[in-house]
Write a protein that binds this ligand. Sequence first.
Ligand SMILES: [Zn+2]
Length: 263
Amino acid sequence: MIAPVHWEAVQRGPVIFYHFRDPPWSNISHGFLTRKGGVSAPPFAALNLSYSVGDDSAAVAENLRRAFAAIGSRAEEIVTAWLIHGNRVALVDARHQGQILEGTDGLITVERGLTLFMRFADCIPVLLAHPTLPAVGILHVGWRGLAAGILEAALEILDRDLGCYPSVLHAALGPGIGGCCYAVGPEVIETLRSRIGKALPLRRINGAWHLDLPEAVGLHLRHLGVPSVITARVCTACHLEDWYSYRAEHGRTGRFGTWIRNP
Ligand SMILES: [Zn+2]
């Protein structure tokens, strides 16, 4: 995979997000909101954007207000999803504005100005974009979604419904758990091997197999015909000052936001 040449922080008010400064697509608003700049107390400090993790709802509402202001969108213009680590991908348009799609881990749109938004804490945020058409997508990809075929599902919608062949698409992978911190058991390895192939990026650390999930996602995207994959190469578990990590924080933590939007 290509390492990011320009992975940079942007501050908007109290909120800090990262984005790819020179991605291989043009004019597409996208970014990965850090956990900084919010009002939630530990263990959700500070910019937790999820109501479903046990945080104070008034704090989450204020965090969302700050986050949406920082990304230049209003809540009623945003489409988001109730994530289940599955393989359902929805093609959305203006009719879905302000909605939360249940049981969905992928959103795709050709609508201009519609913000696709998802929440993360270790799973890999995958952004997809066509270089010239207003076609963008966002996927929530953990090992279960990868094994369940979420990448295939997204690429099929882009190809079949929008005429976007994988060979012209660009993919960008945001912060997620890295091979340094992601020890996995035999069921994960066996399931992934049977579903996406034998060659998994595994290494042995202190007697345990570790999966490089971003690398596995990138390799599988390439295998499915997407040649252009850039990655943040940022491990959430190694950088708790910026990101939430479900694994490193033992399940008691918040969720950071990721978005993409056609101009
Ligand atoms: Zn790590």
